[in-house]
Structure formats: C-alpha cells, structure tokens
Design a protein around this ligand. Sequence first.
Ligand code: ADP
Ligand code: MG
Length: 688
Amino acid sequence: MELLDNITCLKGIGTKKAQQLNRLGLCRIFDLLTYYPRAYEDQSSMTPIAELVAGEKATVQGLIRGVQERRGGRNGLLILTAVIDDGTGTMQITWFNQRFLKQKLKIGKKVFATGKIQYAYGGQGQFAMSQLSSFEVLEEYEQAENKCGIMPVYSSSKDVNQKLLRGLVMQILQEDVYIPEVIPEAILEEYGLPPRRAALQEIHFPSNQRLMEAARYRLAFEELYMIQCGLLYLKKQSQEQHQGVKHGVNGFKVQELFKHLPFSLTKDQNQAWHEICNDMERSVPMRRLLQGDVGSGKTVVAMLALVKTVENGFQGAMMAPTEILAHQHYDAFCQLLEPMGIRVALLSGKLTKKQRTELYEKLASHEIDIAIGTHALIQEGVVFANLGLVVTDEQHRFGINQRALLEKKGVLMPDVLVMTATPIPRTMTLTVYGDLDVSLIQHLPPGRKPIRTFIRGRDRRPLIYDFVLKEIGKGRQAYVVCPLIELNEESSLTSAQEVYEELSSGIFRGVPCGLIHGKLKPKEKEAIMQAFYDGEIKLLVATTVIEVGVNVPNASMMVIEHAQQFGLAQLHQLRGRIGRGEYASYCVLVADGKTESSRERMRIMESTSDGFVLAEEDLKLRGPGQFFGTMQHGFPDLKIANVEQDMDILLRARQAAAKTLNNQENMRFIIPTLQLLYQEQFLNITDT
Ligand code: ADP
Ligand code: MG
C-alpha cells in the first residue's frame, strides 16, 4: 500500500463505501492519513456510573451486560434497552424505534455514550440515559489502541461513521505504509520537530497528551511550511525563469503628472511609490501588493506606476472588479493623462463587436498606452504590443493560468501590482500573499471629513429616516444596506426588497428610490448604479453588492439595517462608500444587539475608523473562517493549522521555508511534496 493508492485498496472498502468516503474528500490513502481528528474524546475523564447525577449531561463507558427489546407506550413503540456496567455500578440506555441497533449491542462489548442522565422508569436509584448525543460500540482494536483514553473524533457523515474512520486510519498505520519525511532533516533538527510518521501516529492515536501536542505542532508547522515553500517557490521561479521588464529611472512624464496632481503624496504614498519604483527598475518581474484602506489613495500611486511604464515605451493595463469602477478609473485617468498625450482606452463590456475589434487592433499596434477594463483585459484574444505593467485588484490575483496568459501577452514578463482595500492582519498577509512583497498605505490623506458613526435601536428608525429625508432635501444621496437573506430561510430579518417597498411607498414617497441586489442581471445592476452615480436615484436600497467600487462623492449617508449581521471588516468596507466628498457624512448602524459580543462589535465600529484595527478585531471575534468568508481569495484549505492561533508557528515556518529555498539540496527534497500538494498550481514545476 502506498500513500497515493486509492482507498479501495483498504480492507472492507468497496465501490459504494469508497463513494461515500469520496464525498468527505477522502480518495487516497494520503487523504485519510491527513484527515485529522477534529477533537478527541478523553475517556479518562468519564463519569463513573456510581457518581452520576440526575438531570446532568455525562459521558460514561462500560461493558454491555444485557439487552432487552419490547413494545410499549400508546403507539406500541419499539423500546430497546441496554444495561451497561463500568465496575462502579450499572445503568440503562434506552432507544426508541431503532431496531437496527440491536445487532450491534453484543453482550461484553465496550461502549461509550454521552447524554442526559435521569432516573430510570420505576427504578429507584438506577439511572437511565436518554437524549443521547453520542453513542459508540468500540471494536477490539480500539480497545487495544485506547491506551491513554484519548480517542480521535473525526468529522463524519450520514454514511461514514466514527468507527469506520478510526478503523481505516488504524488499518493504514498498522499496514506500515511508507510515509516519507517531507521536511528536510536539517530543518527538523533546528526546529525540534518529531518525524512525520510518528507525528501521524500520535495525532490519530495519541499515547499521551504531550506527544499529541508535539505531533500537532509538527503537522501544523508542516502545513504552513509547505504553503510558504510553495509561495516562495512560485515567486523565485517567476523571478528566475522570466526576464522581466526593466524600467528606467523616473523621467519627464512622471514629473509632469506630479505637477498636475492637485495634491502632494502623503508619507505612506511616497514610501509605496519608492518601493514600486525600485521593483520596476529591476529586471526581475515585480510582484507587489499595495495594501491600503478605501480612499487611502492607492489609485494615484497606480496611476504613477502606469505612467512610468508608458514613459519607458511600454503599455500598461489596469483591471477593475466591476464595469462601473473601470469606468470611474477611466474618467479619472483621461482627465489627468490625455492632456499629457497619453492614450487611455476603456475595454468595456458594452463595446460593439466592431469597436472591440478596433480596440484590439490598437492594443496590438501600440496605438493605446493604457488599457482599463475588467477581467476581459487579459483574456485570450487580447494582444498587447508591449505590456510593461499590469495593475490589478485582489479579486484578480494571478494563478498559474493567468500568468500563462500574461506571458503570451508580452515578450517579457510584465511587472504586476496587486491592490487590495481589504485591510488584512499581518498573519493573514503572510499566509495569503506570501508570494508578494507588500507596500502599505496606513494613513488617509489629510483633510478628510471623518465619517460619524452612530448605533441606534430599531425603534429609532422613524427618526433616522426622517434625518435621511432631510439630507436628501439638501441635495445629498443615501444608501440603505440590508443583509443578504437566503430564500426560504425562516427569519425575522427584513429583506432589501421589503425595506425598499416600505421606504419608497412610505416616508420617501416621491423621492426617486432604487433597489439593487445580487439577483439582478449585470446589465440591470449597472443601470441602477449608473443612475445613482448620475444623481437620478437619491436613495439606494442595497445588499452588499455595493461593497466594492462605487465612488459617489455626493452620497453622504448610509443606514445599515441589522448591522450586527455583518462582520466588522465588511461594515468597514460598506462605510467606506460614504465620506468621499466634501460633505459631512453619517453612518447609522441599526442594531438590536442581543448578545454582549454583538454589542461589543458595534461599539468598536463606532469608536474607530482604522480598517486594520477593525480587521484584527474581526479576526479575534469571528475567527479566520468567517473572516475569509467575507473575502474572495483562494485561501488554501488548512487541515490542521489555524492562522490565528498559530501565528508563532507561521512565522517560524516562513523563516524555515526561506532557508529551505536557499539550499539546492533541500529544494530537491521538497519539490515532490509541493507537486503532490499543489498539483494544479505547480503543473509546470520542473526539477531544478
Ligand atoms: P483608493 O484607491 O485607495 O480607494 P483613491 O486613490 O481613489 O483611493 O483616493 C481617494 C481620494 O483621495 C481621491 O479623490 C484622490 O484624489 C484623493 N487623494 C489621493 N491621494 C491624496 C493626497 N495625497 N492628498 C489629498 N487627496 C488625495
Ligand atoms: Mg521590473
């Protein structure tokens, strides 16, 4: 048996069982071995039967002494009773209408059960267990392996139970499958990590708490280390194997743009700009992430970089997440750059076929210097004469596929600048963007009117909307944001549709209102956003679709309904849609926080407008899963590590990965593992 063999080679696994296991993502022996327990059952902390207390929940273990089946109750229910003995006393466990269970309840078998304890019917002083939350009959090998009383608990499914999973993992471990070490010896030694085989044994069937913890550390380290090696390898590969564009030092055009800018760069912007220039002036392709809160002034920095590439005789491309945003960028770019003789084009989805063909031709013949558009910009069929720089946003991170597309676009590998407006805590940046260098714009440009944020209960809605109406009367515009509601979900939340109907036919009757949500067709969404942008719609009721990329400086108010439903990072993104103009802006969080934690989250929103602080808090309060749920990157699935709790492991793993990549011998050692783990991303890995 080998790690990559199909699980059908295991005893007792036929086609049907295999399919059921496949549904849990378990296809190969390797998948089972790395199907880490989600918890452990510590059977050493079971309650002795003699010490059970009625009304409390408890876990007991014991041997089956007797089984009885009878019919009872008004409906003639089938009642199955087992008597369990743990040496301190006996108790009953009762099931209703579970005929199939009977054959499993063999006298003398060891079981354990968790449930609520009560007095047995009629029996004085004898306990029974009902409302079972778990029940298991242990197999012999489990009893044998269960040395210290710690048993693994796996995520199971309807068809795949604990017992099966334990049995299969045990079978693999006992079969002596060859488990190669994947971390180089020197790293293992330096970081004091146990060998892989031992760690896998201990993580599934620990011999004691300490060894289990050491195993967990090692496996979490391995996981983060491999990701870091993969990311660093990608970076190294693209930098070594591809000749990049070498830009010259800043010249006339960049200086001219600086002169035309209506402001000077902030300290942070300057710093980022210098880092970008340094990268661009090297022949190694740039791979840089520009991180900065909404409105922190990333676009200007990107514009400078694009002008720099044009100045050097190259073309630039800028990808926006939506058509609307592409349009906004286009307008801003034209205004500043056309007077300088730079030819900017918008590759819009609205172009006719003829216009599109014409545009493609101009890109290919270098009659266009800067192209702005959505994803379509790097699709097949778009050919640049001489692409020097691609600016993109986080939604369009480059995987291998896109890279391949880019490579075809130019003879040289263009520089890439990725922008993100989602403040990401440092740990996350290292994990998700480990292959990129990072520039940070932390402080907003001066002179911003801060957005004032208020928390109000639902009973205050009439007053809130009265205020909104007055603001609209002064010529402003407003957003009303509602959480997304799944259809058929029983919920007391009002949907965007309902809020729209309530407002537009109530207090806002006669005021042009709009409704936008994800179920609309892209064309419909565009039309509504455009109307809001043009000031034809005054009050826009929306779901989170407005989160990215609208800039309507005249919108100075936002009411967020059921604000407690949103994550902090998301609320922050939403709030960033206002406060973009010269007007005092207000954000009202309508929330009836029922729990202390949701009230706490709302208070944090009220007290700070620093996106990084909010991101850290969000991560702390909701955990990485939720946090990433609101973002859209392909974050690698972690099986055992937890980026939040394992920050120190992550930092050490990253350091170890850097050391590994500096050593040819180590590289040869880990490449097979990288191939195995990241097949798709690493298809074109060749042994170095
Ligand atoms: P981002 O792309 O980070 O969301 P933008 O680049 O769109 O932010 O900048 C937001 C607004 O701030 C724009 O209107 C821009 O003109 C303005 N701005 C950018 N940098 C500065 C600065 N250094 N001083 C003053 N205003 C600035
Ligand atoms: Mg370069």
